[in-house]
Design a binder for this molecule. Sequence first.
Ligand SMILES: *Cc1c(COP(=O)(O)O)cnc(C)c1O
Length: 365
Amino acid sequence: MKQINVTRSSMAPIDEYIKEIEPLWESRWLTNMGAKHNELENKLREYLSVENISLFTNGHLALESVIAAMGLSGEAITTPFTFASTTQAIVRCGMTPVFCDIKPDDFTIDPDKIEALISEKTSAIIPVHVYGNICEVDKIEKIAKKHNLKVIYDAAHAFGVRVGNRGAADFGDASMLSFHATKVFNTIEGGAVVYHDEALTEKLRLQKNFGMATQESYPEVAGNAKLDEFRAAMGLCNLRYVDDDIEKRGRAVERYIERLDGVDGIKVWKPQVGVKANYAYFPVVFEKDKFGKSRNEVAEKLAENSIFARKYFYPITSELECYGGKFEIQPTPIAKYAADNILTLPLYAELMPEDVDKVCDIILR
Ligand SMILES: *Cc1c(COP(=O)(O)O)cnc(C)c1O
């Protein structure tokens, strides 16, 4: 039986990649902000319609680096309905996560619940554009301005999403992007920080390169998070295909919506109004009392048929055992409900309409 996984990495044609990396055998410049790295930075700045971008070896270290570069401490208001990375970055940077609940319609932070969580220790809001759904950025900005807080978006899911003529990574003080193999655009592993304040340019450079300003001067304590030339080259190749990939993903999503929307007990993902989506994920909520089967039962049945969907996200990060007893955990019932009932169905550029039909047939049966 043909196996269908929840995702499948996009890869540009191998000949193109070989041509892209060939000059490296001449230059012998393999990492440390080389020609491919700089070319990718420029191409992405343009593609994403943003002012400033700094590339990193992965999205997670990009997020840790921007938190450190901004010198944040104390509490960060965030949501637990995210990949572990968001919360782990906050904690690894010595901050305390304060968990805000999400909205049931698009799974992003509920801005009306933020202000009640602000204390004198709060220094930042770190929301997530979950599944490429854009947070209520205007409301969040207003709250942040009023209380003098920084806003850093986890935009790992939002590559290429646009709101009107604005790129999704342009919101807040900064945004983190991930170019992991499973994301809409990949550099195998990779990531970036997009930001507005020019003063961060040097600070981010220090964060990714051992805090080294010159060979004899180290003004910051920092690690190593540079993107190498081979992965930058992969990014240059994959970037040429990403619009085409997003279109193909969109067609698969359209087919899913045609087949599953309106079924009792099934709530399917829909693009937000006024947003050009990237179709990164196709989450479905199964309401057992109406649908008759739970999310776990549906996942098991699909797996019996070699179709591997994912409970994404499960569990909520506020329940990760590594935080047990370390912080106060705020109740977030809507996030908890989402984590217990959501399944992201297989979705990637090469997913064929007949594959979508096969997944839907099993669910509907
Ligand atoms: C993928 C992802 C990350 C981490 O990005 P990496 O590039 O894998 O380090 C962080 N947050 C979210 C929401 C993600 O999906």
